[in-house]
Design a protein around this ligand. Structure first.
Ligand SMILES: [Zn+2]
Length: 157
């Protein structure tokens, strides 16, 4: 797979089309009844800035089936806003977005609990303020998707 093709198709903008990247990622998915280890979902993590249809940028896109997500780190980085780099803040933002997007791709019901990592933020400040773990409902939804229990919490509530 040549990821540069995803970029070159969008030379009008210095971003990748999330849908183009998503289409390429979808090719990696195998149905659950295929032989060999099961692919649970397609997940692309990129530092490229991404956009989708009417949105001039998005943090991530997700869809199902097959369960898939594309997550961009571009708008989580301090250099995008001209602020001081903070490695732990960047890592936390990426972890939160991955947990959120994986939950969406797994078709876990949308969550409105502001303490949950899957709560919808209206701004980056709200994103930073929300929790970093799944609430009980989201954890149960992920366990249904995976077909097994998850360890509880990350030990840093
Ligand atoms: Zn939740």
């Amino acid at each position: 797979m040549n990821w540069l093709n995803a970029y070159s198709e969008e030379l009008e903008r210095p971003q990748w089309s999330a849908e183009t990247v998503a289409g390429k990622a979808g090719n990696a998915y195998r149905e659950p009844n295929a032989t060999g280890p099961r692919v649970l979902l397609n997940l692309v993590l990129t530092e490229a800035d991404i956009f989708q249809r009417d949105s001039n940028y998005v943090f991530a896109v997700y869809w199902s089936p097959p369960p898939s997500a594309v997550v961009s780190t571009a708008r989580f980085k301090a250099n995008f806003y001209g602020t001081t780099p903070n490695r732990s803040r960047l890592q936390e933002r990426i972890e939160k977005q991955l947990l959120t997007s994986i939950g969406h791709a797994a078709r876990v019901t949308r969550c409105s609990d502001p303490r949950c990592v899957r709560a919808y933020p209206a701004s980056l400040d709200e994103f930073d303020a929300k929790g970093s773990t799944y609430c009980a409902d989201c954890q149960a939804g992920m366990e249904r998707f995976l077909g097994r229990s998850l360890p509880s919490g990350k030990g840093r509530e």
